[in-house]
Design a protein around this ligand. Sequence first.
Ligand code: PAF
Length: 282
Amino acid sequence: MDVIRDPQHMQAQALAWRAEGVKVGLVPTMGFLHDGHLSLVRIAKEKSDVVVLSLFVNPTQFGPNEDLDRYPSNIQRDLELCEQEGVSVVFMPDADAVYAQDASVFVQEEQLSQGLCGLSRPIHFRGVLTVVAKLFNLVLPALSVFGEKDAQQIRLIRRMVRDLNFPVEILSGPIVRESDGVAMSSRNSNLDPESRKQAIVLRKSLQAIEQAVKSGESSVAALREVAEACLSDSDLGTLDYLEFVDDESLEPVTEVGDRAVLVAMAVQFPGARLIDNIVVAK
Ligand code: PAF
């Protein structure tokens, strides 16, 4: 396994692979890897000749009062896990090699990014799309794999690929959960023990919604009440949002019908803001 730090070196390697007809799969991450990331590596490995995992805590996707300086990191362990999973290259550039000091071109999506996480994190998706576009240009992957936990992110990346004609197939991997049902996230490690215990309220609220839909409830107002009853079990978590949106347009809906509805939520705990989601339909 190679570790490449220099973006130009990464791009030269990618061009050499392209000339040889090697199919590259990219798994973008911010490190502190867990089984969720590794499941994405396995998907990439199955469908490509070489897997590049990028490990880059992207500063442009963090707002001024967010957790950039507290984002967990264990590079040694990440490299060992990548080696075990058969990753060919870990691309881990420094921030000043990725962004010119006077960088002035960014990728801004203007529709799907407006609600959900975009409301409380207004610059987040501009940073995500910009860095993913840069990674696509540096690694030249035929395919790239993202986790479904970041439901809005993957829909935005698909939209960017469509609207900017990136020749990259976007694949997704299902949410991987801890044994109690909490969605795996690098940020879980920033929770104190009591918050970590209460983090299950996201999953419980979503499961209660799913159950209510199965039992015939379709009114979003009623489903919201079902979730709010579960959320009252946590005194440490503050609901950032619980939204019911059309799975494609991300426009809010008032009823669950035949079309898939994305139910997405974010809860702020003292150490970390957590997200989770499900897709439901009648
Ligand atoms: O999902 C993440 O970890 C990040 O948003 C990504 C896609 C690696 C971009 O920095």
